[in-house]
Design a protein. Structure first.
Length: 268
């Protein structure tokens, strides 16, 4: 299994999918506890939600599961949210704080080094290459990092998550116009939404978002109640909910392309 799948487009927008992959090498699968084998923390069906919404977008998708190694975590292992509950580079527990690994089968330092080389780095090498390619064409590139999560996870956050959770690390990862374009569409949808709430943007958004270099990044974390029939196995997609959600996601992506072109004109 190749670590990453890239679909190239000609617009200034790149979509990243670090958590839609469900593939596990057999030697890793054999070490998982029963709860780990459920792959409960997958970003279920996000690739389907965004598929063919607007023409010309580039997509970069990790094919491996986040339990192999999390492509949206700092490769150094540093926490994204110091002092808050979160999962690490190779998570030991699910989002419900249940063990992922069978007793005595937890990943070692050697496992981490090997998986960084085999999976994490190839994914980010591909993503970085596409961001640079797009910027070279347009002068500006926007990375839209696509995520979803169950709407109620007491171990991670209180209450019920809004439908749209926008992250720009406090406005540092993109130009104000990029942030405003997404926020305005979410507000106009009438759905619940928050900017830089519990999810402020993962390592991908923070690492790539360099507005001064004309590379902008923004994360969208969707509550799975907005598009799944069930937030439990088998995590089936609800077609009606999905289509209703796509009706808001489509103009978000189109607005980001328009914003990128506007930003590019200011460079001329």
């Amino acid at each position: 299994m190749h670590p990453v799948t890239v679909a190239r487009g000609d617009s200034p927008l790149v979509l990243a999918f670090p958590h839609t992959g469900t593939w596990l090498p057999e030697d890793i699968r054999a070490r998982l506890a029963p709860e780990g084998l459920l792959l409960r923390d997958t970003d279920w069906h996000i690739d389907a939600l965004y598929r063919d919404l607007v023409p010309g977008v580039t997509s970069v998708a990790a094919n491996f599961h986040r339990y192999v190694i999390d492509a949206n975590r700092d490769p150094s292992g540093a926490s994204l949210y110091p002092g808050q509950t979160t999962t690490g580079l190779i998570p030991l527990t699910t989002f419900d704080n249940a063990p992922i690994w069978s007793e005595g089968q937890e990943p070692t330092e050697a496992d981490t080094a090997a998986r960084l080389a085999a999976w994490h780095r190839p994914y980010h090498a591909a993503l970085e290459a596409e961001m640079e390619r797009v910027r070279a064409i347009h002068g500006v590139a926007i990375l839209y990092d696509c995520h979803s999560i169950r709407s109620v996870i007491p171990w991670l956050f209180d209450g019920t998550l809004p439908d749209f959770n926008i992250g720009t690390n406090g406005g540092t990862t993109c130009a104000p116009a990029v942030e405003a374009a997404v926020l305005d569409r979410c507000a106009a949808s009438g759905r619940t939404h928050v900017l830089n709430g519990r999810f402020k943007g993962g390592w991908t958004t923070r690492h790539y978002g360099r507005p001064g270099d004309n590379i902008h990044a923004i994360q969208m974390e969707l509550a799975q109640s907005s598009h799944l029939a069930r937030e439990e196995p088998d995590f089936a997609l609800d077609p009606d909910r999905a289509e209703a959600l796509r009706a808001t996601l489509e103009p978000i992506l189109q607005d980001l392309i328009d914003v990128a072109r506007t930003l590019a004109r200011t460079l001329a």
